[in-house]
Write a new protein. Structure first.
Length: 80
């Protein structure tokens, strides 16, 4: 195996991983909100009171990073 071959393999591997991540984002666009663990609610320190999680606005869902990048890219296009 030559050094160039290793670099080509590494690049192909990265491209493959990126494609798989894109596919995963497409199939599962949402991930659980990390602040409230997907419950959409934030408990008070006492554990008795709760309110909607401010980060996900009570949905418990977070749009995945890939989608946020895609949305941002879409906003930058003039015709959209
Ligand atoms: Zn949340």
């Amino acid at each position: 195996m030559t050094e160039t071959g290793l670099i080509v393999l590494a690049v192909l591997g990265l491209a493959g991983a990126g494609a798989l991540y894109g596919l995963a984002c497409w199939i599962w666009p949402f991930s659980a909100c990390r602040r409230c663990d997907g419950s959409g609610k934030r408990r008070s320190p006492s554990g008795r009171a709760w309110r909607d999680c401010g980060r996900c606005k009570g949905t418990g869902k977070r749009l995945r990073l890939g989608w946020r990048i895609a949305n941002q890219a879409g906003k930058n296009r003039k015709h959209l």
